[in-house]
Design a protein around this ligand. Structure first.
Ligand code: FE2
Ligand code: FE2
Ligand code: FE2
Length: 425
């Protein structure tokens, strides 16, 4: 039994931000830039290290709530005024995970302008200093033109920030920025290909140790980020997770392995954060380009989880779910001998869930139809025939486990939406 997982929070946040910005080349490093600018400002103000760390965590994920590509593009406009919805969404997504609760609060107000001092409060809540730093950092990052050398732009960027003045930014933060803006290194780091390294060196985020309960809550946070982007996927990972865990039990895996399968189910579609919601929700057939983009998602999942050693088994269970026993799957084209039992179980759980779950545009398949499809995939050496036999023999209990988990997350999704409705402007 491995009771503790050691996770370097920075590695994980860094990878999440990569995935977020892979959605479009225009967004390249936006999250990291905002994190680094915020950190430099916080450091100039001599804020305590704990607060600096919170600001970096918030900066690196700040636009996580902007779910469609159109919405993400909106956030790139300097004069963007209606950012409160995605800020609230980001807050609701992240605040369930204890170690990130403070970062969630900072994200919540990252579009609240200073408004000559009125921005100290928003809807009766006090706006933290960290949020005000994010507002400024976000704007600075958005003013950087990627088609020009950085050092030639600094005067123009300073002028724009001064011009926006205390309508948007707290004056002492503008001062801190102007102090930084005279130093070339401040700008050069922002556009350097080594920005991740620089962030890592500057931030003092320690590894966090998680027990099973904490790891489950952490992966639940990720699950919500992935699934709640769209009503089409809102309960998918919960279904896969419950099915995989149940199948693991039936296959004789121990408690610990079943737990890892459950977590892997939550994380398996992590790479979908890099896919625009417009494609996830497209009702008709995907074009070749769209399908190719979609095929990248398990690759992104794998690469994002790869740096976290303690999650390596979970990563294999989750990221190999589109690999097929005959080597025709993707992205590694692994064959049966390379696929651990957990990965083979999760692949079946993914297909089973996709077939049986209701989607907004269609009902799930019946028992009989599901078995026919799975049988065929077993016979064609795509999925493990022994696991398919297990599904056939225990169809009722597996399906029940899936339904219960998906109903619970449907409820969770409803609450999430209603909180958004109540709290956002
Ligand atoms: Fe934003
Ligand atoms: Fe942003
Ligand atoms: Fe998938």
């Amino acid at each position: 039994m491995k009771p503790q997982y050691r996770i370097r929070l920075f590695d994980f946040l860094n990878c999440l931000s990569d995935i977020l910005d892979w959605i479009s080349p225009v967004l390249n490093d936006h999250h990291k830039q905002v994190a680094l600018i915020s950190l430099r400002i916080a450091d100039t103000l001599e804020l305590p290290v704990v607060e600096q760390n919170e600001i970096v965590c918030a900066g690196i994920l700040h636009d996580i709530g902007a779910i469609s590509l159109a919405e993400r593009m909106e956030t790139l406009k300097f004069e963007y005024a209606n950012g409160k919805a995605h800020a609230e969404m980001g807050y609701q997504l992240i605040n369930i995970f204890e170690p990130m609760r403070r970062a969630a609060e900072l994200i919540r107000f990252h579009h609240t302008p200073w408004a000559g001092g009125q921005g100290r409060f928003s809807n009766g809540w006090q706006v933290p200093l960290g949020s005000r730093i994010l507002v400024l950092a976000d704007h600075i990052a958005l003013l950087i033109r990627r088609d020009q050398g950085i050092l030639g732009q600094t005067e123009a960027i300073k002028a724009r920030i001064i011009e926006a003045g205390d309508a948007l930014f707290e004056p002492r933060l503008i001062e801190a920025f102007l102090e930084l803006a005279d130093k070339e290194y401040f700008w050069l780091d922002l556009v350097s290909p080594l920005i991740s390294k620089q962030l890592e060196q500057s931030v003092r985020l320690e590894s966090i140790h998680m027990n099973q309960r904490e790891l489950l809550s952490f992966s639940s946070l990720i699950r919500r980020m992935i699934d709640f982007r769209s009503p089409f996927t809102a309960t998918h990972s919960s279904g896969v997770s419950a099915t995989a865990e149940h199948l693991g039990m039936l296959a004789g895996l121990n408690e610990y392995e079943c737990f890892e399968l459950k977590v892997a189910g939550y994380l398996h579609d992590l790479g979908k954060l890099a896919i625009p919601a417009e494609i996830l929700e497209k009702p008709g057939k995907l074009t070749d380009d769209e399908f190719n983009l979609m095929r990248g998602h398990t690759f992104y999942t794998f690469r994002a989880l790869e740096p976290i050693e303690d999650l390596s088994a979970i990563n294999k269970y989750g990221s190999y779910h589109h690999e097929r026993l005959d080597g025709t799957g993707y992205p590694f084209r692994l064959k049966r001998k390379d696929l651990p039992l957990g990965s083979r179980l999760l692949a079946v759980a993914d297909v089973f869930t996709a077939l049986t779950e209701d989607r907004p545009y269609r009902k799930g398949m019946s028992n009989e139809q599901t078995i026919i499809v799975l049988d065929k995939m077993g016979a064609n050496n795509k999925l493990d025939p022994e696991i398919i036999e297990l599904v056939k023999a225990n169809h009722e209990s597996i399906n029940q486990a899936r339904i219960i988990a998906q109903e619970a997350s449907r409820e969770e999704y409803r609450n999430f939406l209603s909180q958004l409705g109540n709290l956002a402007d």
